[in-house]
Ligand binder design. Structure first.
Ligand code: HEC
Ligand code: HEC
Ligand code: HEC
Ligand code: HEC
Length: 498
């Protein structure tokens, strides 16, 4: 890219008549079509839509099936959702013990966020009303009204307090916009608090910052704090001790480990209580990625400008840039759509290969703990010093694979960071396994070279729907290295009739 930079600037300036500001590299604000007063506290997007019909129309489109993006982000074609646990079978083993190991689907359009919660296996909603925090604009109001009960009351009880006509509607205009000025606005207390904690004043954000932070209201990881009865008492972003542009997995792990109240679930295979990461798009993207350093915002790639008649608007049907012909990228890059797509895929293939490596390493370590726990239950004495060291290393590995596995760009948002984290996960998992093998050998427990992962046990007949492994959805290592390391027979995958 370096050698192309000058050409790129000239191209952008000439072709687009200087609409790009190089510093932020973002297009100029397109003015709203017309201004009709939107009453304070108006939630209904249809009313906002009377003032801004073009944005409203494009927002409505997130209801329609999406063409597939890359092979890793297949969109939603209207024929059922894609099963993340079939895509990454080791996750079924690692997440066994709570809802994420039962039903975990790929995301689809913004329209569906509440619908998908209502349709998912009930084990996923056990945390309670807290799950609504990034799914409905009524969350801040419900939290005010219900106080601590907002977090812990049963999900369906809190959900029932949303006005009926909005009970199945996802992100709305009021989540991101001020009704008077239409400026971007952060409506979630979670992000306001998290920004303050990393030394950023939520009141003095620039427009370009808000073009990312509007998304960071939800596309971030979070912690649900538990009381001693495992009832939810709060939700917050584990950013304490981090800085803007430097929210690292290392610091997130530090926060998770700082208080037992942040350990949300118990992993069946190992019996360990652990924390959990969800969709850390903002954290991964903002940690020194090339695009972040160039001042590019989420909205530049996911809400690109589009022409509607004589007007130019931001596309409110957020989705994969690949599903939209790479026009978002071509606002800044002069290359062809095919060239750009190939760059994305090259990055994603490499990340997926490494993620496989890390995922299977962590899965093997988990199974070794199962063997060690079993041996102890049978009266063998396992060296506790080695066991505890292995346990610490295992947690480090687990949190890393969990983090990158939950990030939704398959590495594109920050290729080098994703690779770094997966590489470290492999190292932690392998060291953990080595210590455990040593402890087991000392205890006189024989362990096979290839530990059987028994994946069928975790993938078949999941939850109330009895979900099964869908082999056609699996993302195998595109370079076939994993096959050399983990023989088929030790996967223990379900035998599927041809
Ligand atoms: C430089 C462009 C770029 C920027 C900036 C960017 N993304 Fe992405 N994003 C992508 C690409 C490319 C993909 C992969 C799409 C695919 O594989 O089809 C992606 C994937 C995603 C996905 C999954 C999409 C799907 O269809 O499943 C989400 C969610 C997402 N990005 C959110 C964000 C958020 C939030 C930010 C800001 C913190 C952000 N992105 C910044 C380009 C970008
Ligand atoms: C997920 C956040 C989000 C939601 C929800 C959202 N918008 Fe936006 N909107 C944006 C962003 C980001 C921009 C670009 C703002 C900028 O560059 O200053 C934008 C821009 C706009 C603009 C300025 C003109 C333009 O197109 O760039 C209007 C008008 C607008 N949105 C209307 C709406 C309406 C009406 C709704 C509800 C139907 C809505 N928005 C929902 C994020 C959102
Ligand atoms: C109020 C919370 C919220 C906000 C704000 C939000 N998102 Fe999302 N986003 C979600 C959820 C939840 C999903 C998954 C919905 C589902 O699968 O039902 C999602 C899905 C997506 C997808 C996948 C869409 C598809 O068709 O596959 C992309 C891309 C995305 N968001 C990008 C963004 C960007 C960019 C912004 C900021 C402009 C943003 N989101 C703001 C919650 C949010
Ligand atoms: C708002 C402008 C902007 C948008 C939109 C944008 N890029 Fe970029 N991109 C940049 C800049 C600036 C650089 C750094 C260029 C340089 O300094 O050489 C860059 C760098 C890259 C690189 C090289 C990255 C590296 O680490 O070496 C790739 C690949 C790339 N972009 C692909 C994409 C794709 C694919 C999309 C759309 C999904 C996209 N870009 C959208 C501005 C943008």
């Amino acid at each position: 890219m370096k050698t192309k930079a000058p050409l790129f600037i000239i191209w952008a300036t000439v072709l687009l008549g200087g609409v790009f500001l190089w510093g932020g590299c973002s297009p100029q604000k397109s003015e709203p079509v017309k201004t009709v007063a939107i009453p304070d506290g108006e939630y209904d997007p249809a009313v906002w839509g009377q003032a801004y019909p073009l944005e409203y129309d494009s927002w409505l489109k997130s209801k329609e099936p999406n063409p597939p993006g890359s092979k890793y982000r297949k969109g939603w074609t209207g024929n059922g959702k894609f099963d993340k646990l079939s895509e990454y079978p080791y996750l079924a083993l690692l997440f066994n013990g709570w809802g994420f190991g039962v039903e975990y689907n790929e995301i689809r359009g913004h329209h569906y966020m509440l619908i998908d919660q209502l349709e998912i296996d009930p084990s996923r909603l056990k945390a309670g009303g807290v799950c609504l925090t990034c799914k409905t604009p009524f969350a801040p109001k419900l939290k005010e009204e219900l106080g601590p009960n907002y977090f812990k009351d049963p999900y369906l009880d809190v959900h029932a307090k949303i006005p009926v006509q909005f009970q199945r509607l996802g992100v709305m205009c009021i989540d991101c916009h001020d009704n008077k000025s239409m400026d971007l606005k952060l409506s979630r207390w979670t992000l306001q608090k998290a920004l303050t904690e990393i030394g950023k004043d939520p009141k003095t954000l620039t427009r370009q910052e808000k073009r990312s932070l509007a998304c960071a209201q939800c596309h971030v990881t979070y912690v649900i704090r538990k009381d001693k009865d495992m009832k939810s008492t709060d939700v917050f972003f584990p950013w304490q001790g981090s800085k803007e542009g430097d929210i690292s997995i290392e610091n997130i792990i530090k926060v998770i480990k700082s208080d037992p109240a942040y350990l949300e679930w118990k992993q069946t295979v190992t019996g360990f209580k652990l924390g959990f990461s969800r969709h850390p798009e903002y954290e991964v993207y903002s940690r020194n990625s090339t695009h972040w350093q160039a001042g590019v915002a989420c909205a530049d790639c996911h809400m690109q400008y589009m022409r509607v008649g004589v007007n130019k608007i931001s596309n409110h049907n957020v989705g994969s840039p690949l599903a939209q012909g790479m026009v978002a990228c071509q606002q800044c890059h002069a290359e062809t759509a095919d060239w750009l797509k190939a760059r994305v895929l090259a990055i994603q293939d490499r990340t997926t290969s490494l993620l496989n490596r890390a995922g299977y390493s962590v899965a093997v370590a988990a199974k070794l703990f199962e063997i060690a726990n079993q041996a102890q239950a049978n009266g063998k004495s396992v060296n506790q010093d080695l066991y505890n060291q292995a346990k610490d290393l295992y947690a480090e590995a687990f949190y890393r694979i969990n983090f990158i596995g939950a990030e939704n760009s398959a590495g594109f948002h920050n290729p080098t960071e994703a690779a770094r984290i997966c590489g470290d996960a492999v190292a932690f998992a392998e060291t953990s396994a080595a210590l455990l093998r040593q402890a087991l050998a000392q205890a006189g427990v024989e362990v096979p070279v290839n530990v059987n992962l028994e994946l069928a046990k975790y993938l078949q007949k999941r939850g109330v729907k009895g979900l099964n492994f869908k082999p056609e959805e699996e993302f195998m290592d595109p370079y076939h290295i994993q096959e050399l390391l983990t023989p088929d027979a030790s996967l223990g995958l379900p035998v599927v009739a041809p």
